[in-house]
Structure formats: structure tokens, C-alpha cells
Design a protein around this ligand. Structure first.
Ligand SMILES: [Zn+2]
Length: 120
């Protein structure tokens, strides 16, 4: 995922800490307007917000991602997060949550819906 218009880089760590997951920052930079951008991934700590697709996966589920983004938008309201699934701002976070719940992350023969691949 890539986030743009971040006021402070520490907001990523702070949001992950409040939600109870970890953020691994791959690359960062400064934008022309003085804001930060960062490429990062979210990883679960223990079983909280862990994605399960017939076995445990080292990935964060939709609820964890949504919670992380909600906290991040409280800290940095102008941030824009772009992932392979959606481009999320503070205004469309909830609508993306409802849409992505039924996104198929399995196969055609064995569908897995993104919003239901966890114990949340
Ligand atoms: Zn979940």
C-alpha cells in the first residue's frame, strides 16, 4: 500500500500501535507540498486481525485494514491510501469497507469473501 499526504511519518507507527498490528515501512519520501509518502505493508501480531484462508496467513484482514485507516485518518485527515483493491480517503472509507466485504479473494471454484476470512 502507498499513502500520500501524510503529515508525519510517525503517524503510521502510531496508528498501527493503537490498532494492535505492525506496520512495515518499505520506502518513504517527501512530496513537493512538504507532506510525506510511504510504501508499507500491515502485518498481524498474534491472532488479532489475522486473515485466515483455510489456514492462518501472515496478513491483516479487512477489519484490521479498515481500523488502521480510520485511526490514520484521525491523525492525518488529508492522507490518501492507495492499495491494489481501492484508493481510500477519509470520506470513502466506510463505503469501501462495505464493497470490499464481498470481494472474492479465493478462486472461482472455491470463493473466499474478503470480509469473512477472519475470526473478527
Ligand atoms: Zn477481520
Amino acid at each position: 500500500m502507498v499513502v500520500r499526504n501524510l503529515e508525519r511519518l510517525e503517524h503510521l507507527q502510531e496508528a498501527a500501535k493503537r490498532v494492535g498490528i505492525q506496520v512495515i515501512i518499505r520506502k518513504t519520501g517527501r512530496q513537493r507540498n512538504g507532506m510525506w509518502w510511504a510504501r508499507f505493508v500491515l502485518r498481524p501480531i498474534g491472532d488479532k486481525y489475522r486473515l485466515i484462508r483455510r489456514r492462518k496467513v501472515w496478513a491483516v484482514c479487512l477489519h484490521g485494514h479498515t481500523e488502521f485507516m480510520r485511526v490514520l485518518f484521525q491523525l492525518s485527515p488529508n492522507a490518501v491510501i492507495k492499495s491494489c483493491m481501492a484508493t481510500v480517503t477519509k470520506d470513502n472509507l466506510d463505503s469501501h469497507f462495505w464493497i470490499l466485504r464481498y470481494k472474492n479473494v479465493g478462486s472461482i471454484l472455491m470463493p473466499d469473501y474478503y470480509g469473512f476470512c477472519c475470526n473478527c
